[in-house]
Design a protein around this ligand. Structure first.
Ligand code: GDP
Length: 297
């Protein structure tokens, strides 16, 4: 965790350092506030949260003085990230039925890698897992997930290229029930066709799965480096299926951690996990306090 935190700090700290330098200026004139706004927008925090934050900072620094801008900034950033959201992964089913985690998102976001990493975390917690490789539009994705399964030591139910994703998801949950595992994690197809197509496909996967076991999480995997484009994708997916949590990947390669705030606001669901590298252990629960500390550098 310390290593992950350091990595996060390395990529994110510039935002906080920039803001602190601005807030520590002797005179906080209009130009300075504009610079602060630009800094926040550049970090992908989004327009509305940026305006809110600047308003709060202006008021507080006027009333309280700027003796400790770091403490004020920390409090206000933390409020934006919302430390009260429930970020625990729901992975347990009911009775003998496994919990089913559906993982959705566009190709390249890091979906398959994330499924493997989550399986690894669950196995390390002594939970039993079956994987479903329902991204049948890409044979490579099915193979890749199979490799993760072998690496983590769990079974992967695969579909032939071009097979119906819902039928693969069905078989994976069936196998999970047969084997009596705790959790089935299903990697879904990530081609972003039109909204209706996506809705039909993910809707079908979910319906078919729910006939056998409860869907306890629908995790949307988003690439933190894609900025506004990623936000548009996020909206399309959350319109297509009820997303319960966000996994923000590639935060290690992005100085734009503000996307955490933007996407939570947009979708109204918490960031539950963050990807901080390509390695098997580079996935961590999202911790609002640690994140803000990393932002502040
Ligand atoms: P999918 O198409 O959404 O299933 O994406 P993949 O899981 O195949 O990942 C696409 C690429 O992103 C791969 O090269 C992964 O190693 C890489 N990747 C995934 N998550 C992360 C992350 O958190 N950080 C970094 N740096 N790379 C990642």
């Amino acid at each position: 965790l310390v290593r992950l935190r350091q990595r996060l700090a390395g990529s994110q700290g510039t935002l906080g350092r920039g803001l602190l330098a601005l807030l520590s200026r002797e005179r906080l004139d209009e130009d300075t506030w504009e610079d602060i706004e630009d800094t926040l927008l550049t970090a992908d925090i989004g327009v509305a949260p940026t305006q809110e934050l600047v308003e709060r900072l202006r008021t507080r620094l006027r009333v309280e003085g700027s003796a400790d801008p770091r403490a004020v900034l920390r409090e206000e950033l933390l409020a934006l990230v919302d430390p009260t959201m429930d970020r625990a992964l729901q992975v347990s089913g009911e009775g003998d039925e496994p919990g089913v985690v559906l993982v959705v998102g566009v190709n390249g976001a890091g979906k398959t890698t994330t499924v493997g990493k989550i399986a690894r975390i669950l196995v390390a917690e002594d939970r039993s897992v079956v994987l479903g490789a329902a991204d049948t539009f890409r044979a490579a994705a099915v193979e890749q997930l199979g490799t993760w399964g072998e690496r983590v030591g769990v079974e992967t139910v695969k579909g032939e290229e071009g097979a119906d994703p819902a039928s693969v998801a069905f078989r994976a949950v069936e196998e999970g029930r047969r084997a009596g595992v705790d959790t089935v994690i299903v990697d879904t197809a990530g081609r972003l066709q039109n909204k209706q197509g996506l809705m039909d496909e993910l809707g079908k996967v979910k319906r078919v799965v729910e006939k056998q076991a409860p869907v306890t999480e629908v995790l949307l995997v988003l690439d933190a480096t894609t900025g506004q484009n990623g936000m548009i994708q996020a909206r399309v997916f959350s319109d297509a299926v009820d997303v319960t949590g966000i996994v923000l990947t590639k935060l290690d390669g992005s100085a734009k951690g503000g996307i955490v705030v933007a996407v939570q606001r947009e979708l109204g669901v918490p960031v539950k996990l963050v990807g901080l590298g390509e390695g098997a252990d580079d996935l961590a629960p999202f911790d609002a306090g640690a994140f803000v500390d990393a932002l502040l550098g």
